[in-house]
Ligand binder design. Structure first.
Ligand SMILES: [Zn+2]
Length: 136
């Protein structure tokens, strides 16, 4: 079976991923691959599946990209934040509506009704950092 060479885009994505992991020790997010490679986010997705099919990268866990033969990198910051949540359940003031609600953890600052509103979801899609946890 003859294999086609990788597309230039896939090579760029691969180089960006490899450089990112070497530099930070963690797996990049799509956003970071985009920043590192200049390849637009939609193309990043197809480039990654191409690379995965060729065995250039592996994805042992959803959202985690690793280079075969190299140590498994740390998860991307966005994924990692989920694990760093401190379970400090208490009443907190919602940042959106200002009402008190039962907050699950210290970074949980928007009440459930606000969270499910479309405004919050759309503004959140561009927010890859959680204030206060960024410097971790
Ligand atoms: Zn609210």
């Amino acid at each position: 079976m003859k294999t086609k060479p990788l597309t230039k885009t896939a090579v760029r994505v691969y180089e960006a991923v490899r450089a990112f992991i070497a530099d930070t020790g963690r797996s990049p997010t799509y956003e970071e691959i985009y920043e590192g490679s200049g390849v637009d986010p939609n193309t990043v997705t197809s480039a990654l599946s191409q690379l995965e099919k060729r065995g250039k990268i592996v994805r042992p866990v959803k959202g985690l990209i690793a280079i075969p033969g190299q140590p498994i990198p740390n998860p991307p910051i966005r994924v990692k934040l989920g694990y760093q949540r401190r379970t400090e359940k208490r009443k907190r003031e919602c940042l959106t509506c200002g009402g008190d609600f039962d907050s699950e953890w210290n970074g949980n600052r928007v009440c459930k009704p606000c969270k499910t509103s479309s405004t919050w979801v759309s503004s959140q899609s561009n927010d890859y950092s959680t204030p206060g946890l960024r410097s971790a």
